[in-house]
Design a protein around this ligand. Structure first.
Ligand code: HPA
Ligand code: ZN
Length: 336
């Protein structure tokens, strides 16, 4: 088999499913712990990495929220995001739609302003210095209440024009989309796009609810939709983008082995699948490594890879002119 890694690294692509808190590398975690005088329960970077063995989503979330405790200042959020943008640009990412979890920070007494202003300054710098455009997805933590989600949407109001979409993440099972139908309706009324994690661990019913009750523009993960043929037909007919995360699926035991990953089955069923890294510092790879690992495990062709990158642009929340400009870059690359 030819080595697809160089082709993948140069392939212009968008990343649509990335939790910025999940890009906190152990080295930066240590640096910020020191800078902010925060105690962390690890003696070394190696010890942190060794702790990243998960048997399900909750296992991971417990460690992920604990790690985020080192993030305290506007500069910390700037540095976190800038480190991600540098890694993403090296992976051929020309546009990134990054999720952030304000409640993880405001519940620790960090000001919403410090979180978002730090991220926004890194986003401006990434565009100026790396030519990488980006937008923000405000994600609600679904293990918390509807009331807390409304308070978060309220706190976001001064920056609402700088936020592209709202999302829904954290512990899925037991926290169905219907719990947040009203707050998503309020966000939609403000012109925000809608996405939600659904069908990662939760049943196909949660994907139905995300479509019907949240009126999503995308579905994050969506793996378990494959258990419901009528749902698959609906997602295909609606051209609904799925933001699939192969290495995340492997690390969180959504699949036992990448050789069983359903990515190419999704494409064959007419689903608009994309490839993303989710929480790259925790799951062992940024977006290009996700493309590479799943391509190798599933024997994907160059055409498949171009289709996945094309889906990443058409599934983005960019305006049509920007989508067209990014697609032109992709087609020029694919034709070389
Ligand atoms: N699923 C749900 N919540 C999350 C994830 C995920 O993969 N990553 C960060 N928060
Ligand atoms: Zn996710």
């Amino acid at each position: 088999m030819t080595d697809l890694a160089p082709f993948i690294a140069g392939l212009p692509k968008a990343e649509l499913h990335l939790h910025i808190e999940g890009s906190l590398e152990p080295e930066l975690m240590f640096e910020l712990a020191q800078r902010n005088q925060v105690a962390i329960p690890y003696a070394s970077v190696e010890e942190v990495r060794a702790a990243y063995a998960f048997s399900n989503l909750q296992d991971f979330l417990d460690i992920y929220y604990a790690g985020a405790d080192v993030l305290r200042t506007r500069a910390d959020f700037h540095d976190l995001a800038m480190a991600y943008f540098v890694r993403a640009a090296a992976d051929g990412v020309i546009h990134a739609e990054i999720m952030f979890d304000p409640q993880t920070h405001t519940d620790r007494g960090i000001a919403f302003a410090d979180v978002i202003e730090g991220l926004l300054s890194a986003m401006s710098m990434a565009e100026a210095e790396l030519g990488l455009t980006s937008s923000l997805i405000l994600s609600f933590l679904r293990h918390l209440s509807e009331e807390a989600a409304f308070a978060t949407l309220e706190a976001a109001q001064p920056w609402i024009d700088r936020i592209a979409a709202v999302g829904l993440d954290s512990s899925e099972v037991g926290h169905p989309p219907e719990k947040f139908a009203r707050v998503f309706a309020a966000a939609r009324a403000q012109g925000l796009k809608i996405t939600a994690h659904a069908g990662e661990e939760g049943p196909p019913e949660y994907v139905h609810q995300a479509l019907d009750l949240l009126q999503t523009d995308r579905i994050d993960h969506g793996n378990r939709a494959l258990e419901d043929p009528a749902l698959v037909a609906r997602l295909a007919a609606e051209g609904m983008t799925l933001t699939v995360c192969p290495l995340s699926n492997l690390k969180l035991c959504v699949v036992d082995d990448l050789v069983d990953h359903p990515l190419d089955r999704m494409l064959a069923l007419g689903l608009k699948a994309t490839v993303n890294s989710d929480d790259p510092a925790y799951f062992g790879g940024y977006v290009a490594e996700n493309y590479r690992a799943v391509a190798e495990a599933r024997g994907l062709t160059r055409n498949d890879l171009v289709t996945l990158a094309r889906n990443s642009f058409t599934g983005s929340f960019l305006p049509p002119e920007a989508v067209a400009a990014n697609l032109a870059k992709l087609e020029a690359y694919a034709a070389m």
